[in-house]
Design a protein around this ligand. Structure first.
Ligand SMILES: NC(=O)c1ccc[n+]([C@@H]2O[C@H](COP(=O)([O-])OP(=O)(O)OC[C@H]3O[C@@H](n4cnc5c(N)ncnc54)[C@H](OP(=O)(O)O)[C@@H]3O)[C@@H](O)[C@H]2O)c1
Length: 275
């Protein structure tokens, strides 16, 4: 599995990981089996959140990683309404308990809310000093939010910004990705299959993906995951509650897109769709 340096953390993390939104809606044993198969295949970056299923997703992740904690780069998130100083400390403890672990590799503010960033960041730094989290980051932050967080935290503290990023939703490449790269922050793309809206085989884009996939003995989704992680700053976290899906997603590690492939995908899924 290709490994990318995760922002300023000095950790190399699989470019393709595993998401868990709605994983609690799937058959529990199947979901755990899918996550474990993903771990077996190197997708050891697992993303979850206290919000997902009201903690149920974290419990499933806890079951999946039981006995394998050290293999995993474990990420969870706090909802902004909880992100006061005391609230962040309490939410983190609750997430650690549901996950059955003593530490998170990265803890994210799920999106920017009304509580002061200063308070959330102070709590994140306290959690770092206590060894409860090894790094922290943000999610759904645009450049003005990132500037605000940077002004509070200083350089070298924000590990990542987790944002929507799929073939049909590439807006983050315009300003957020360059900003993250300038400041050495990982950009973790979520919903890489558009949360169920992957380009169908009858669409022009879908046909191109199929053609490129055939040339690489791969699948269109594997080509998409490879494209979405084509820069060292990029990570992706497809969610799969199905073992076959997890196996297919992990197989993207073998796809090495050429500059021509990338240019063709770039043309078929333009950065800024025509108005
Ligand atoms: N920070 C945020 O605000 C935020 C927002 C959204 C998402 N996220 C994170 O990003 C993760 C991924 O995004 P997402 O869950 O929205 O959607 P996604 O990964 O784009 O798509 C998930 C859907 O694709 C299906 N799928 C996965 N692999 C497949 C394959 N190889 N073939 C066919 N279908 C496949 C899954 O089915 P099965 O489950 O049946 O396998 C599921 O229905 C989330 O789970 C979450 O961890 C973060």
């Amino acid at each position: 599995m290709p490994m990318h340096r995760f922002g300023p953390t000095r950790r190399d993390v699989p470019a393709i990981g595993q998401g868990t939104w709605f994983i609690d809606q799937a058959d529990r044993d199947a979901a755990i089996a899918a996550l474990r198969l993903g771990l077996d295949r190197g997708m050891t970056h697992i993303d979850t959140a206290e919000k997902y299923g009201g903690g149920a997703a974290e419990e499933i992740v806890g079951a999946a990683i039981a006995g394998r904690r050290d293999e995993v780069f474990l990420v969870s998130k706090i909802v902004p309404d909880n992100a006061s100083v005391a609230g962040t400390l309490a939410s983190c403890e609750a997430s650690l308990a549901r996950l059955g672990t003593d530490r998170l590799d990265c803890y994210l503010l799920h999106w920017r809310g009304a509580l002061p960033l200063e308070d959330t960041i102070e709590a994140f730094e306290r959690l770092c000093r206590a060894g409860k989290i090894l790094s922290w980051g943000v999610s759904n932050f645009y450049v003005d939010d990132l500037e605000a967080a940077l002004a509070v935290a200083g350089e070298g503290r924000i590990a990542c910004n987790q944002v929507p990023y799929d073939l049909t939703e590439r807006a983050m490449e315009q300003q957020v990705l360059p900003w993250c790269e300038t400041h050495g922050i990982a950009m973790v793309g979520y919903s890489p299959f558009g949360h169920g809206r992957f380009p169908g085989p009858q669409t022009p884009g879908g046909r191109l993906l199929a053609e490129i996939a055939a040339a690489h003995d791969a699948t269109p989704r594997q080509v998409a995951l490879s494209f979405l992680t084509r820069r060292p700053s990029l990570f992706t976290i497809p969610k799969a509650a199905d073992r076959q899906h997890a196996a297919e997603n992990s197989g993207a590690e073998n796809v090495r897109l050429s500059a021509t492939d990338i240019a063709r995908i770039d043309g078929a899924f333009p950065l800024a769709p025509a108005p």
